[in-house]
Design a protein. Sequence first.
Length: 336
Amino acid sequence: MSPTNLLLLCGGGGDEHAISLLSANYFETSLAKLDQVNVLRVELDGHGQYTTKDGHRCELTNRKEIRFEDDSIAPWPVDYVIPCIHGYPGETGDIQSYFELIKLPYFGCNSEGSSNCFNKVTAKMWFSALGIPNTPYLFLNQLDDDAIEQTQQALADWGSIFIKAASQGSSVGCYRVDDAALIQTTLTDAFQYSPYVVVEKTIKARELEVAVYQYKGQTVATLPGEVICAGDTFYTFNEKYAANSKATTQVVADVSPAIAQQIQQYAIKVFDGMKLRHLSRIDFFLTEQGEILLNEINTFPGLTPISMFPKMLANHGDDFSAFLHETIMAGLSAEK
């Protein structure tokens, strides 16, 4: 069998660029354990430029090959790609659409599933359509007096709200508001990140996460882990990734078997119902009253040293390299 040429595409734009590079390190370590796999790591910057680790500028062509700016370097044919790009254009479905157009097999959720989960409005419509409880919300498509009035009424009804840019990462353009005087400026900030904004009721709850992945012909949902934030805070981008983060994580949350099983069932139901693929991290709230609410789905979860997904997968008894190998081989077989 000839070796597989695998493109590890990482980076991207915005705050999540550095996190994508850290996740790519985990992929490199896992791929190094596999036989017959040649890996070319290429970084994508915020301007759409591709660069190899040794500094060569290049591009991925529609002929499924990497071509180098230095034409003395021969083109590198690509058999399979891992788009390790958090945020745009990796989790949005944009780059997956390109792979689908040129018929290049790739790792992760497809373009439609990625897009549906990345947009918080679309995602919540799917959650409700599948009968999975989620947080109360309202949807704003423009910043005007009516949007401000609706948000003020939501704050009056719910006591505390989150204002979230609809088409951004989970913690980007996301603000908690407890004071009506801050609504207009916060909405203005959120609309700078996205043309659509979601206003959600603040839920006082524990934050639980499940790793969901397809392996050995099954959709697997691990036992839920838990994110514990310091004080009365929420899991901001800095709390997720900063070296001085006060947040802690538990690979297995201290919940009853019945709660754990219900969360796993919801996770599998939404993963299969939305036709997701390969892997996702699915986040829930567990209220003091024992109510389970689906919060969000991350279709390309972080694989950094502090990320929960690889820890939950390992705790479930599975090996990430073996999972990766099976997924890659299945993708290559399907393409033939």
